[in-house]
Ligand binder design. Structure first.
Ligand code: C2E
Ligand code: MG
Ligand code: MG
Ligand code: MG
Length: 302
């Protein structure tokens, strides 16, 4: 009897495993087609300057730019989160094409929004890179092609690399990252604080900014350990001349605390959810945008 039960359990396991594998293969095929047919989309989460502009500290956050976040609206399964389908894309070798799709969409959108008025010319766009991208031999050419096609200045594009991706591929990626930076492209470490980059590295890495991971921001409370960590990252960033962005700001209190700490930039549901492109013009209309006008033409697209 025990044997029979064991066999039944095994059979059950076998079936569910089989379904899982079949599901996965189906999704992989569908994802491949979605990328080929340009059926993915991109949402744009606004990034704000928390320093309050002319109003000074305590003034309202001003729109500074956007982060591009890929979206997959599956015809049957509904919207699938990047957390669920990016690992499939990685394993199926689809990441480079996915990134190119996002890069091109994001640059074209940025250009369109910049052209809506002189106040919007300095808006920036952040795009997330995967490990495959930073190891890709044509990374620099791919990025520059997207910029030139859209006629976006390199210094208006920021590429985000997570700490783990950066540290695990650093040696191979270093020449390309340096070249991108030399061309004016901005580089930032994403999810900072969750990975294992050593502080000694930070001063020598070719990066311009740090994004403080949401997990620290969500546990910000006056006097908490997280508050001490965030305060230290803000100080560290500014003393190294890096732009510091806080991710995942959800409450007024978190926002005020970050402003008190001198954190220059922030994004999060409190300020704005990721938006469909069609919803961005309304945001532009309503915003007392934006950053200062560009200092010079250095880095302009030829
Ligand atoms: P990330 O780059 O750290 O992006 C921030 C994530 O936090 C986004 O989730 C965003 O929607 C979410 N978020 C923003 N504000 C808040 C908030 O106040 N509260 C909470 N709870 N969440 C907030 P999303 O879009 O699901 O993306 C998840 C991750 O997937 C991203 O984390 C990024 O690592 C990756 N990803 C997204 N789009 C792309 C892409 O185009 N290429 C690559 N390589 N990775 C991407
Ligand atoms: Mg990011
Ligand atoms: Mg992030
Ligand atoms: Mg994050």
């Amino acid at each position: 009897k025990a044997k029979a039960a064991g066999k039944a359990r095994y059979a059950l396991f076998d079936t569910s495993l089989h379904t899982e594998v079949a599901d996965r293969l189906r999704l992989e095929g569908e994802l491949r087609h979605a990328i080929d047919d340009g059926r993915l989309s991109v949402a744009y989460q606004p990034v704000f300057d928390l320093r309050g502009g002319a109003a000074g500290p305590g003034g309202a956050p001003r729109l500074a730019g956007f982060e591009a976040l890929v979206r997959w609206q599956h015809p049957v399964d509904g919207s699938i989160s990047p957390g669920a389908f990016l690992p499939i894309a990685e394993e199926a070798g689809l990441m480079v094409r996915l990134t190119d799709f996002v890069l091109h969409c994001a640059c074209r959108q940025l250009r369109e929004w910049q052209l809506r008025g002189p106040a919007f010319a300095a808006l920036t766009m952040n795009v997330n890179l995967s490990g495959h991208d930073i190891a890709h031999p044509a990374l620099v050419a791919r990025v520059m092609r997207a910029l030139m096609e859209a006629e976006v200045r390199p210094d208006r594009l920021c590429l985000e690399l997570t700490e783990n991706i950066l540290m695990s591929r650093l040696e191979g990626a270093l020449p390309a990252l340096k070249e991108l930076r030399r061309l004016g492209v901005v580089l930032a470490i994403d999810d900072f604080g969750t990975g294992y980059s050593s502080l000694s590295h930070l001063s020598t890495l070719p990066i311009d900014g740090l994004k403080i991971d949401r997990s620290f921001v969500s546990r910000l409370e006056a006097g908490s350990n997280e508050a001490a960590v965030v305060r230290s990252i803000v100080l560290l960033g500014s003393s190294l001349g890096k732009d510091v962005v806080a991710e995942g700001i959800e409450t007024e209190q978190q926002l005020r605390q970050l402003q008190d700490m001198g954190c220059a930039f922030g994004q999060g549901y409190l300020l704005s959810r990721p938006l469909k492109p069609a919803d961005v013009p309304r945001l532009l209309q309503g915003s007392e945008a934006v950053a200062a006008p560009p200092p010079s033409d250095a880095g302009a697209v030829p």
